[in-house]
Design a protein around this ligand. Structure first.
Ligand code: ZN
Length: 220
């Protein structure tokens, strides 16, 4: 039996989000005492918490979230530790070329941001992919790239060009941000391949969506 590991942040009122995004609210709209059932309404942006960026997020004629083929959103994956690039350094090709990436694999970057309680510090200091490293991953046929940082790029204050986003999304490679539990993931997989599921909501015209990111670990 394979083991499932949740790589998603809880969705809750006041969860930290990227500057400028709507602050999420989970609001009770029916209660067992009053209506006789429980239900909440969600007020949140497409990029709240653990979420996927569709190509359209930065590419005007790129795929919107419901147009991404399902096969892009599930499959084999590898994880690499890049936390030595903390704080605020770019992740370069030399940090990735030890990874045995095959075309069609997803790659997860563990920056260490997911284990830090201070989201503001993660925004300012998390390592981000360099443009060259993003282009290199595209050449290798990467299926999807994930990170525990708030952005796949370096902090907007360090580099406002969003060049890693542009390289990946421009090649039709979706990005997943704000993953958690990557330290645990790395301990469990120890360099082996695992299966990664990152299905977004089927939002018509969506630029992205919250995802329930789940790693399915190889048998141990
Ligand atoms: Zn995003």
């Amino acid at each position: 039996v394979s083991k499932l590991l949740d790589l998603s942040r809880p969705v809750e009122s006041g969860m930290p989000v990227y500057p400028g995004d709507l602050s999420p609210q989970v609001e009770v709209c029916a209660s067992h005492d009053v209506q006789g059932w429980g239900a909440n309404s969600l007020h949140l942006g497409e990029h709240a918490g653990t979420h996927l960026d569709a190509p359209f997020h930065l590419i005007p004629d790129g795929q919107t979230v419901e147009q991404i083929p399902l096969a892009r959103l599930t499959g084999q994956a590898l994880a690499v530790d890049v936390s030595h690039r903390w704080p605020g350094q770019a992740v370069e090709v030399e940090d990735l070329d030890g990874v045995d990436l095959s075309a069609g694999d997803a790659l997860i970057l563990r920056t260490g941001a997911g284990e830090r309680a201070d989201f503001e510090a993660a925004l300012a200091q998390a390592p981000g992919l360099s443009e060259g490293a993003a282009a290199w991953l595209v050449e290798r046929g990467v299926r999807l790239v994930g990170t525990d940082a708030p952005s796949i790029d370096l902090s907007f204050d360090i580099d406002p060009g969003l060049l890693a986003h542009r390289q990946l999304l421009g090649a039709g490679v979706p990005v997943v941000e704000n993953l958690v539990n990557l330290e645990r993931l790395m301990e469990l997989v120890r360099g082996r391949r695992f299966t990664l599921h990152t299905f977004p909501l089927r939002i018509t015209g969506g630029s992205g969506s919250p995802v329930r990111a789940v790693a399915e670990l190889p048998n141990v």
